[in-house]
Each structure stands twice: as structure tokens, then as C-alpha cells.
Design a protein around this ligand. Structure first.
Ligand SMILES: Cc1cc2nc3c(=O)[nH]c(=O)nc-3n(C[C@H](O)[C@H](O)[C@H](O)COP(=O)(O)O)c2cc1C
Length: 431
């Protein structure tokens, strides 16, 4: 049985990505044509029926977000696509941006029609230079073919265009309010919320911010209808998901799978997906959803890969990253890498994140050193986790601890291996 289900990635690599005629030959822009014959609220109804959860990581229902924005009576409204893709181990938006930019453009144009927006922005991570060039070409070609610009498809009053904005490589700029600040040319730091971005977003106007994969899924939802899209997945999270396998997986890469029926075991070991671990290594753990996600072990392998099932197992889909790690990886070493990432990427605005990550790294280093750590280190680590979870200013600081907490539950013996009562005694005698 085929494990992959190509919906949002259908046609990837099969034609010149910027060729509008080739995309149209595969049914491209048919959904936009269908959408302009529908009432905006009817389109939102399909997105709601599809139960499309935001594919950027936070899993907020797109239909709910769209409905909320629709009912805000202010203009102009902006459509912003989050193509920052900063989460380590995540390279699934790249597949769409690189191979199917016209599908993203079509999804954004449908959103433009729904909200009466004239301007859309795609905020692309700075490292994706070549992709940015391709995206600009695809936009230009779509404009020339009449799918962007004034009175699109001859529909009076439907005018929408897209600009590409380049980030400069900061992870925090993937957070939607930091992304808007950066798009406006300000320092890319998160904003205080509320006000919600739907009300006070880009240039302080009502704004839709959706991930690349979320927006590129809209044409399929319009084409097949929300109910059919829902059936591809789980009743609480419809459709398919692009996942990215990396680390010690034998078959690293992006794959699109239905959000139902496949377990983590399938994802990691099926020959069509992860293909097991390279060099015949034994699985030790896997890190889901990027560095901000949770870590799972072999005993959770039979969990179905859906938002709801993973949540029940204490895990999450997040960005779709699946970093597979073999038996030879020490968990403390792995977590030190995670902490170093967050130290590098903390924007420094709030103390818990700016200083907390450094303290976490210091404790992890102590815990990994024989004869050094005491019970106090474990207590301090617990306090830091609590502080970051409760007092960090934005989602970056609040998710720092997900890997730590979940790994601690799975491998308590590795956290505690060097902690012995005699360490405390030795320390007391030395001081
Ligand atoms: C620190 C941080 C980094 C994030 N990075 C990204 C990112 O690179 N791409 C993305 O789509 N969402 C990212 N998000 C999530 C966005 O804030 C937001 O939830 C998303 O753009 C909403 O789109 P969606 O509902 O379609 O997923 C990040 C969030 C945080 C807190």
C-alpha cells in the first residue's frame, strides 16, 4: 500500500515550477476560477469543514482564523505567508516554494479574494536566496497570465498582488508578530498580544498570517470540497501533512502523508518513508516538530501520526519535523545542542529566555560531567523549566523546555547518572 498521499505536493518536480501553462495543464488555477464564483463565506465554510490545522507548528484551525478575520470590519486587510521555515529539521515549505510556487500563489489569491485584500506578502527566510528568485519569477508569470494584478479573471474589484520579503535568518522572525515587524522594516522582535494580529496586524491593519503549507492546501480544499479533504485525515485534523525526516533516518527527505492510518513506526521505518535508521542503528528517540517540539521514544511508536493522537501521547506534529536519533546518542549531548540553538536565537527581549537558556546549558554540562552535579542542579533545572514555561514573553521562550521536559521523562537515568549524594558532601567539604 502506498504510504504517501500527494495532495499539496502533487506534481512537484514534474514541470517547470514557474511555467503557468504547465501548472494549469495539471488543473492549476482551476480552484481560483471556482473560488471567484463562490461567496467568500462559502469558501470559509469549506476551509472550516476541512479542519485544516495551521501547518506552521501551532496547529490553530485555519477556518476559525479566516472566519474571525472576515468579520472584522476594517480595511485594508493584508495576506501574509509565513515562509520563514526557521525550525531546525524542517524543510517542507521549501518543497512548495521551490517546486510548486504557483500553488502557493493560487492559495494566496483565493485568500485575497475572500478578504478583499489587495496586497499579499511572502516572508521568506534569508537563506532561501535561489528560492526567492524563483518565487519572484512565478509571481511575475502569474501576473502576466492574469492570475494576479487588477480585476483578476475579469472579476471587477478583485485585484490582488504579492511581494516577496526576505528575512535575514533569525528564528524568532518565524513568530508571526516578529515576522510582521520585520516585514515593516522594524527589528524582528515579537509584539505584545493582545491586540490580536487579525485586528492589528501588518501596518496595524487586519492581517491573515498563514504558513506556506496551509495556504498551498487551500486550492485542494476548494477543488475537492472541505468534507473530502477532511476524510483524508483525522476527524479533528483533516487532510495530509508534509513531514521531514532527518538525523539518522535512512531516507532523509520530505514526504506527504495522510493524517490518519499511519503510525510513528510507519513514518520512521516504512521503506517508502524513513526506511529505518542508517547503518542498521537501533532507534533511541525521535524529536518531533523541530527544536521547540517534544521527544518520543520506542514505546510510543504505535501512536498514529495525527494531531490528536500525538497530543494524547504527549507529543505533537509541530512543523512536521521528525529528527531520528540512534542508540549511540547521549540525550544530554543532544539537549546541549538544543540549548545552544536557543541561546543563539533568543532575541534577548525577555530575561527568562535570554538568561534562562544559558543557565539550562550550564546545568546540562554539569549533569554530563561525572562527579560534578548535585540534587540542586536537578532542582534548578526544574525551576528554570517552570519559569520559562510561565514567564517567557513569546512562543520561542515558552517552547524551549518541550524537548527537555519530555526527554527527562524518557531518560531520567541519564539526567541523574552523575548525581550522587556524595557529590554534595564533597562540595561541602571543599568549600
Ligand atoms: C519562535 C517561533 C518561530 C516560528 N517559526 C515559524 C516558521 O518558521 N514558519 C511558520 O509557518 N510558523 C512559525 N511559527 C508559528 C507562527 O507564529 C504562526 O503560528 C504561523 O505563522 C501561523 O500560520 P498557520 O496557522 O498557517 O500555521 C513560529 C512560532 C514561534 C513562536
Amino acid at each position: 500500500m502506498l504510504k504517501q498521499k500527494k495532495i499539496v505536493s502533487r506534481g512537484a518536480g514534474e514541470f517547470d515550477p514557474v511555467d503557468v501553462a504547465a501548472y494549469s495543464a495539471l488543473g492549476g488555477f482551476d480552484s481560483l476560477k471556482k473560488a471567484v464564483g463562490m461567496e467568500p463565506l462559502a469558501i470559509i465554510e469549506e476551509v472550516k469543514k476541512a479542519v485544516l490545522l495551521g501547518r506552521g507548528g501551532a496547529a490553530y484551525p485555519a477556518g476559525k482564523k479566516w472566519e474571525h478575520l472576515y468579520h472584522i470590519e476594517a480595511s485594508p486587510k493584508y495576506i501574509v505567508c509565513n515562509a520563514d521555515e526557521g525550525e531546525p529539521g524542517t524543510f517542507k515549505d521549501k518543497l512548495i516554494l521551490d517546486k510548486l510556487p504557483l500553488r502557493l500563489i493560487e492559495g494566496m489569491a483565493i485568500a485575497g479574494y475572500v478578504f478583499g485584500a489587495r496586497e499579499g506578502y511572502i516572508y521568506v527566510r534569508g537563506e532561501y536566496r535561489k528560492i526567492q528568485r524563483g518565487l519572484k519569477k512565478a509571481i511575475e508569470n502569474a501576473r502576466q497570465a492574469g492570475y494576479l494584478g487588477e480585476n483578476i479573471l475579469g472579476k471587477a474589484g478583485f485585484s490582488f498582488d504579492i511581494q516577496v520579503v526576505s528575512g535575514a535568518g533569525a528564528y524568532v522572525c518565524g513568530e508571526n508578530s516578529a515576522l510582521l515587524n520585520s516585514t515593516e522594516g522594524k527589528v524582528g522582535r515579537p509584539r505584545i498580544k493582545p491586540p490580536h494580529l487579525a485586528e492589528v496586524g501588518l501596518f496595524l491593519k487586519p492581517t491573515l498570517v498563514n504558513n506556506v503549507e496551509s495556504l498551498a492546501s487551500i486550492p485542494a480544499i476548494i477543488e475537492m470540497g472541505g468534507e473530502e479533504y477532511l476524510k483524508l485525515g483525522h476527524p479533528q485534523s483533516g487532510g495530509t501533512k508534509l513531514i521531514c525526516l532527518s538525523g539518522h533516518a535512512a531516507r532523509k527527505g520530505s514526504y506527504e502523508i495522510p493524517l490518519s492510518g499511519l503510525t510513528l513506526r510507519d513514518v520512521i521505518f516504512d521503506p517508502e518513508l524513513g526506511g529505518g535508521l542508517k547503518e542498521g542503528k537501533k532507534l533511541k528517540f525521535y524529536h518531533l516538530g523541530g527544536q521547540s517540539g517534544r521527544i518520543g521514544g520506542p514505546e510510543q511508536l504505535d501512536t498514529v501520526y495525527s494531531y490528536a493522537d500525538l497530543k494524547s501521547a504527549g507529543l505533537s506534529v509541530g512543523s512536521g519535523a521528525v529528527v531520528v536519533m540512534g542508540e549511540d546518542v547521549a540525550i544530554l549531548d543532544y539537549l546541549k545542542g538544543v540549548a545552544e540553538f536557543f541561546i543563539h536565537e533568543s532575541c534577548g527581549k525577555c530575561v527568562p529566555c535570554r538568561s534562562g537558556n544559558k543557565q539550562i546549558l550550564r546545568i546540562l554540562e554539569r549533569l554530563a560531567t561525572p562527579g560534578l552535579p548535585t540534587e540542586d542542579d536537578l532542582a534548578a533545572l526544574r525551576r528554570l523549566i517552570e519559569t520559562l514555561n510561565n514567564a517567557a514573553f513569546c512562543g520561542l521562550g515558552r517552547t524551549v523546555t518541550a524537548a527537555l521536559e519530555s526527554a527527562w521523562k524518557l531518560f531520567p537515568e541519564e539526567f541523574e547518572a552523575n548525581v550522587r549524594p556524595e557529590n554534595a558532601k564533597a562540595l561541602a567539604q571543599a568549600s
